[in-house]
Write a protein that binds this ligand. Structure first.
Ligand SMILES: Cc1cc2nc3c(=O)[nH]c(=O)nc-3n(C[C@H](O)[C@H](O)[C@H](O)COP(=O)(O)OP(=O)(O)OC[C@H]3O[C@@H](n4cnc5c(N)ncnc54)[C@H](O)[C@@H]3O)c2cc1C
Length: 342
């Protein structure tokens, strides 16, 4: 193992429903998993795009919302203690002399394992960037698209931009520790859950946060450090708001990103796999869920679950040929039940 590397059995790129279920199947075989996702929570499309919408085609679940499905998957995999690396993109892969793969993330974490599973859906969700003048001067210094460490904003003046769940949730999350928060949104209506909107409006009514309806037009401050932002209000006025940090939450777009650079066989932004094993053309690298492609592929959660089960058995035999694999039913195999803690 290289010095600062974390070593594990399986690195899973993507904590969507399929990546999560792969943890379960791997756990039954006694394999430990680390998951990397550039979102700040598990669930992939289910929690990012349709948390409150019901899904009707999960076997034996006549109706379950995106969020409920992810909550239950997390409960199901909890006996296996998966390690999550959120808010970071799986970026660089290197083959080591011991045959392990070494993955480096956008936050500089280094993880190595004999098995890498690409469960990346349509790719990374990346923030849509606003079109402000001189934006790049302030990015990474005083404009953040995600909250990595809340303490960074303690006693600071913040301008949060947007009208969706992320914007409102972070107004609520940061209000107790920030010096002052102003939410800038271009109209009165919000694209958030009614509950978040009600909580936000109460904070405004109580005078604990400010709300300015309008569009950001100017970023001010020397050497990338914001001191204020200029906002043109919907009434046509121009106001200047003091600010140390700005957090724009304008939604997300999806991009395959670094996976396209890993030398895997791709077919129209999907990774080609062998359906007997869900192996890619590169030894030790597997692909499951929406990101993989083969004749007759169905982009559904249930197919991803099946792919995860077949992949884990194949990957176990590839990476640990000398170990005995615990196969059989969860109802009757005592070794599996011990792992599940039941
Ligand atoms: C509105 C809507 C409704 C749907 N309804 C249904 C339904 O009723 N039934 C059904 O079966 N399916 C449904 N789907 C499809 C279903 O959501 C997908 O099939 C499923 O989410 C695929 O799961 P996944 O784990 O493969 O990928 P995803 O859910 O896309 O998760 C992939 C994760 O990988 C992360 N990622 C990607 N690249 C990287 C990287 N380099 N580094 C770090 N992280 C990375 C992403 O951030 C993401 O979180 C629906 C989809 C939508 C949009």
């Amino acid at each position: 193992m290289s010095e600062q590397s974390i070593e594990t059995d399986m690195i899973i790129v993507g904590a969507g429903p399929v990546g999560l279920f792969a943890v379960f199947e791997a756990g039954l075989l006694g394999l430990k998993c680390h998951l990397i996702d550039n979102l700040d929570r598990p669930g992939g499309q289910c929690t990012e795009l349709y948390p409150e919408k019901p899904i009707y085609d999960i076997p034996a679940r006549p109706k379950v919302t995106g969020q409920e499905l992810i909550d239950d998957l997390l409960k199901q995999i909890s006996p296996f203690d998966p390690v999550f690396h959120f808010n970071q993109q799986a970026q660089k892969m290197k083959k080591l002399a011991n045959n392990n793969w070494q993955m480096t993330t956008s936050q500089g974490e280094v993880i190595e394992a004999p098995i890498v599973v690409v469960a990346a859906g349509a790719g990374s969700f990346v923030p849509k960037k606003p079109k402000y003048p001189d934006l790049e001067v302030y990015e990474e210094k005083s404009i953040d698209y995600a909250v990595y460490k809340m303490n960074k904003y303690k006693d600071k003046e913040l301008v949060i931009v947007g009208g969706g769940d992320s914007a409102l949730d972070w107004v609520m999350g940061l209000e107790p520790l920030a010096k002052k928060i102003t939410l800038v949104h271009r109209r009165e209506g919000f694209r958030s859950s009614p509950d978040s909107e009600a909580q936000f409006k109460k904070l405004v009514a109580d005078g604990r946060v400010d709300f300015v309806m309008g569009n950001v037009k100017a970023l001010n401050g020397p050497e990338g450090q914001l001191t204020s932002v200029g906002v043109e209000t919907t009434d046509g006025d121009f106001v200047e708001i003091d600010c140390d940090y700005m957090l724009p939450f304008m939604g997300l777009k999806i991009s395959l990103g670094p996976i396209a650079e890993w030398g895997l066989n791709l077919d129209k932004k999907h990774v080609e796999v062998n359906t007997e094993t869900f192996a890619t053309d590169t030894q030790g690298i597997y692909a499951i869920g929406d990101v993989c492609t083969y004749p007759s592929k169905l982009k559904l959660i249930l197919t991803g679950f099946y792919e995860a089960a077949v992949m884990c058995h194949a990957a176990f035999q590839y990476a640990f040929p000398d170990r005995k694999m615990a196969t059989g039913y969860t109802t009757t195999n005592t070794a599996i039940q011990e792992r599940l803690g039941v």
